[in-house]
Design a binder for this molecule. Structure first.
Ligand code: CA
Ligand code: CA
Length: 130
């Protein structure tokens, strides 16, 4: 009788371990490769991924139909400083926001400029400084 009890207790431990491992996976790991800047339509790295840019210095436009004024979360997996602009042309932007290398922002409502303006649904282009 002792053998079946032992097996059941091992099964119980495995079940608990399995559920502990499953919890983080339920949040879905963000789909963004190393040395990439990724930007999503919705908060929490979800919805359409409108930007998947390799980490190289330059200024990049976000597509007017697929991304402009829609970005709500981002990951900067590059070693470059990321600057976000509120217009297609950086010089014409009323607002700019900075994201340090390696940083992620799950909700751009929490990313603010020096005057407190948040970046959510307000980004149209960006620059990488590597
Ligand atoms: Ca744009
Ligand atoms: Ca959005």
């Amino acid at each position: 009788m002792s053998k079946p009890v032992l097996i059941l207790s091992i099964a119980g431990v495995l079940a608990v371990g399995g559920s502990l491992l499953a919890a983080p996976a339920a949040e879905a790991a963000p789909d963004c490769a190393a040395n990439r800047v990724c930007m999503w339509e919705d908060a929490g790295y979800s919805g359409s991924r409108y930007v998947n840019q390799k980490g190289a210095s330059g200024t990049y436009d976000i597509d007017g139909w697929n991304g402009d004024n829609e970005i709500s979360s981002l990951i900067n997996r590059t070693s470059c400083k990321l600057t976000l602009y509120s217009a297609d042309e950086p010089a014409a932007s009323a607002f700019t926001w900075s994201v340090a290398a390696g940083r992620r922002v799950g909700n751009l409502k929490n990313l603010k400029d020096s005057k407190g303006n948040h970046a959510n649904d307000g980004v149209q282009s960006f620059k990488l400084s590597c």
